[in-house]
Ligand binder design. Structure first.
Ligand code: ADP
Ligand code: MG
Length: 240
């Protein structure tokens, strides 16, 4: 039997008396677009932070291709990240922001320039290298953050409510961009949202979080057609 690509194996995280996640168990396929959908406080971000290596689980393991990554420090996990307010470095140009992960990895300048150019074209910001973040819209800044997360071809990309600060029109526009990028690059995406419509629009499968646990996992249509609990029925049904 082959091991799953990414395995969140019984992850529990406790903060004092608060149980943030409780035995979260999930297998993600390579190239899959998996969304964590659930109300505020249900443990979605905590699960992403543990994947990213920002936090250690109280119990459980994270396995990539069958190997635990818990002892690998965050910056060596090769996991790209975009957060709601993942602020760009304001004193650096767009090109320098996107180049940052490559400079940390000490790539040669010509290679850095080529990769930055490619990443910016992926997010439809070709030629924006010399712009300063302060002179760009929120949507453009979030696309720069996306380019920075994608620039070193991470096999896994984590996005924690990346669009929730944007207005509806921009959100829908960037949702399309994210879908296209997923198709073009084949990157495995774990995406967090509390917006049912967004989850249904983007995901291959959705994991419904409630009180630190996954209540059900499935395609949007499967969850809609046969919800396992009242909670799932209420949560997924709302958007229709
Ligand atoms: P979500 O992203 O689904 O809104 P979180 O993962 O942020 O949920 O939070 C899950 C629970 O864990 C909440 O009750 C939250 O208050 C708690 N929590 C998260 N991070 C911390 C922390 N650093 N210290 C204490 N409690 C936390
Ligand atoms: Mg959160």
């Amino acid at each position: 039997m082959t091991s799953p690509y990414l395995h969140i194996n019984g992850v529990r995280k406790v903060f004092g008396s608060v149980v943030a996640t409780d035995h979260v168990e999930l297998e993600i396929k390579e190239g899959e677009f998996m969304t964590f959908l659930g109300p505020s406080g249900s443990g979605k971000s905590t699960t992403l932070y543990i994947l990213a290596g920002f936090q250690d689980p109280t119990a459980g393991d994270i396995l990539l291709r069958g190997r635990s990554i818990l002892s690998t420090p965050s910056h060596k996990r090769n996991i790209g990240m975009v957060f709601q307010r993942y602020t760009l470095f304001p004193h650096l140009s767009v090109g320098e922001n996107v180049a940052f992960p490559l400079r940390v990895r000490r790539l040669p300048k010509a290679e850095i320039d080529a990769k930055v150019k490619h990443a910016l074209s992926l997010v439809r910001l070709a030629g924006f290298e010399d712009r300063m973040p302060a002179n760009m819209s929120g949507g453009q800044q979030q696309r720069v953050a996306l380019a920075r997360a994608l620039v070193y071809d991470p096999p896994v990309l984590l996005m924690d409510e990346p669009l929730s600060a944007l207005d509806k029109k921009l959100r829908e526009e960037i949702q399309l961009e994210i879908r296209r990028i997923h198709q073009e690059t084949g990157v495995t995406i774990l995406y967090v949202t509390h917006d049912q419509e967004e989850a249904l629009r983007l995901s291959d499968r959705i994991a419904i979080f409630n009180h630190g646990k996954i209540e059900q996992v499935g395609t949007g249509s499967a969850l809609y057609a046969s919800p396992a609990t009242h909670f799932v029925a209420g949560f997924i049904g709302d958007s229709a």
